[in-house]
Design a binder for this molecule. Structure first.
Ligand SMILES: [Zn+2]
Length: 131
């Protein structure tokens, strides 16, 4: 994987991931990296700092992606995302849902639970807050 395919930059919602080269539909972008913890433990930590980086892989396992080494944590939520997370074999990989042009922010839909907990009415995605 080339390091030059995306960069971390300023977005409407704080820091975000931006494409620096064209990304084809269906192309692998980045893996969501972190320590694997039990989903039960993750739920106990729900309201703690860093909880927004907990990524549930299954009923059993959750990835704690709060480490800065996990660059996928900079992916912002969008209600109209251009990327999606696919979990398999206990890992979470992010793929392009459509063609992504250089300069475009890479976004994914973090789902209802995340939205209610961390975004609420303040969604700043392209669909909710058009520029
Ligand atoms: Zn939105």
């Amino acid at each position: 994987m080339s390091l030059a395919r995306f960069r971390i930059g300023r977005s409407q919602a704080g820091l975000g991931l931006f494409a620096v080269a064209p990304i084809a539909r269906g192309e692998f972008i980045i893996e969501y990296l972190g320590k694997r913890i039990s989903t039960t433990t993750a739920h106990e930590h729900e309201w703690r700092r860093g909880a927004r980086y907990m990524f549930e892989v299954s009923e059993r396992w959750t990835i704690d992606g709060s480490s800065r080494a996990n660059r996928a944590r900079y992916l912002n939520h969008s209600c109209k995302p251009n990327a999606e997370a696919i979990s398999s074999g206990g890992r979470i990989r992010i793929y392009a849902r459509k063609k992504i042009a250089p300069g475009a922010e890479i976004t994914m839909d973090y789902g209802r639970e995340y939205f209610d907990l961390f975004i609420g009415k303040g969604c700043r995605c392209e669909k909710c807050a058009p520029r």
